[in-house]
Design a protein around this ligand. Structure first.
Ligand SMILES: C=C(CC[C@@H](C)[C@H]1CC[C@H]2C3=CC[C@H]4[C@H](C)[C@@H](O)CC[C@]4(C)[C@H]3CC[C@]12C)C(C)C
Ligand SMILES: C[S@@+](CC[C@H](N)C(=O)[O-])C[C@H]1O[C@@H](n2cnc3c(N)ncnc32)[C@H](O)[C@@H]1O
Length: 360
């Protein structure tokens, strides 16, 4: 082989590798490249250990784990998955019904805008995003409503990512991000004109505690909407296949225990809310939310190869391969939960904080 052929072959191989690793498979809304995958706030050499620690939470029976440990375990989970989520899914860490003819990005935005439309927000209002992730919904909601959004997340790495994205999008004057626990928020009573949470309160060990805390910080008369992860009326706790799917979802998504759909409104009322509306947004005529997961199968394999290569080269932390494998399996449990109808990630509840306290 002469040197020109050798050079051309090398260039084609290098170009192909660059295309495979850096161009193929990034999220719809760019933010992360495969070569930048990290363990969030966990140092590279500790990712594998922290992954093992994450799993140890599920090795003990639920009753032994105390509720106080849950926020730390959720924080560890988001250190492990945040970059992979951003790279493979985008900046909004939630599902949405598919809209025929619309991209995933548009479907995601419409689902987010629906939340803020439901709570009747005016430009200049101050609203809370409980469990804001890296702020995909926050930015869409601020841009759509011109309200000031204050997001809270337990994970410091997400706070930094969210702030950087807000600045880049030119929305940092409308969007504020705070690191903290939504079970004890650093906000005064009656200080928000509205609140929402998108697929986040499912991480609370007790739904009552997070709802009570959101109720406390909302102004009387204001509205709160939440998209909850629930088991539906089709779930049968005596069916081993149903149990396997629900446990698979809990383990792959850092959930202390999925709630039944019927518990949601009951809990909201218990903390003092009036329930204005409740609907499972996954039910027909909505198009399936899980098709986006199914259509990604080829992409998952490609992503897995990319991660294996990057970890072998020492670019991605050791342990990223295990985390990715866990997500891979989780995607399957979520799909089975959606197809069988036993699980919904979008049980919507709209609540009002009464103008005057009700006597109970
Ligand atoms: C609300 C929560 C998160 C919901 C979803 C945003 C995520 C649930 C499962 C995640 C994923 C599964 C498979 C991954 C794939 C193997 C990888 O190559 C690319 C990223 C995934 C598609 C990833 C993306 C985010 C999810 C869909 C929970 C935690 C309460
Ligand atoms: C699946 S993500 C959803 C994020 C965002 N709502 C979105 O749709 O993109 C769940 C979020 O809830 C946050 N969260 C979970 N438990 C929390 C807690 N106790 N306090 C504050 N945030 C928490 C996580 O850190 C994460 O940001």
């Amino acid at each position: 082989m002469d040197s020109l052929t050798l050079f051309c072959t090398g260039a084609v191989l290098a170009g192909g590798l660059y295309w495979f690793v850096c161009i193929l498979g990034p999220a719809e809304q760019k933010g992360k490249r495969a070569v930048d995958l990290s363990g969030g706030s966990i140092s590279s050499e500790n990712v594998q250990d922290q992954y093992k620690q994450y799993w140890s939470f599920f090795r003990r029976p639920k009753e032994i784990e105390t509720a106080e440990k849950v926020p730390d375990f959720v924080d560890t989970f988001y250190n492990l998955v945040t970059d992979i989520y951003e790279w493979g899914w985008g900046q909004s860490f939630h599902f949405s019904p598919a809209y025929p003819g619309k991209s995933h990005r548009d479907a995601t935005r419409l689902h987010e805008e629906m939340a803020v439309d439901l709570i009747y927000v005016k430009p200049g209002d101050r609203i809370l995003d409980a469990g804001c992730g890296v702020g995909g919904p926050m930015r869409a909601i601020a841009a759509h409503s011109r309200a000031n959004v204050v997001g809270i997340t337990i994970n410091e790495y997400q706070v930094n990512r969210a702030k950087a994205h807000n600045k880049k999008a030119g929305l940092d004057s409308l969007c504020e991000v705070v690191c903290g626990n939504f079970l004890e928020m650093p906000f005064p009573d009656n200080s928000f004109d509205g609140a929402y949470s998108i697929e986040a309160t499912c991480h609370a060990p007790k739904l009552e505690e997070v709802y009570a805390e959101i109720f406390r910080v909302m102004k009387p008369g204001s509205l709160y909407v939440s998209y909850e992860w629930v088991t539906t009326d089709k779930f049968n706790a005596d069916d081993p296949e149903h149990v396997e799917v629900i446990q698979g979802i809990e383990r792959g998504d850092a959930l202390p225990g999925l709630r039944r759909y019927s518990d949601i409104a009951e809990t909201a009322r218990k903390v003092g809310f009036e329930v204005v509306k409740e609907r499972d947004l996954a039910k027909p005529p909505s198009q399936p939310w899980w098709t986006r997961l199914k259509m990604g199968r080829l992409a998952y394999w490609r992503n897995h190869i990319v991660i294996i290569v990057l970890a072998a080269l020492g670019i991605a932390p050791k342990g990223t391969v295990d985390v990715h494998e866990m997500l891979f399996k989780t995607a399957d449990f979520l799909t089975r939960g959606g197809e069988s109808g036993i699980f919904s990630p979008m049980h919507m509840i709209l609540c009002r904080k009464p103008e005057s306290p009700t006597s109970t």
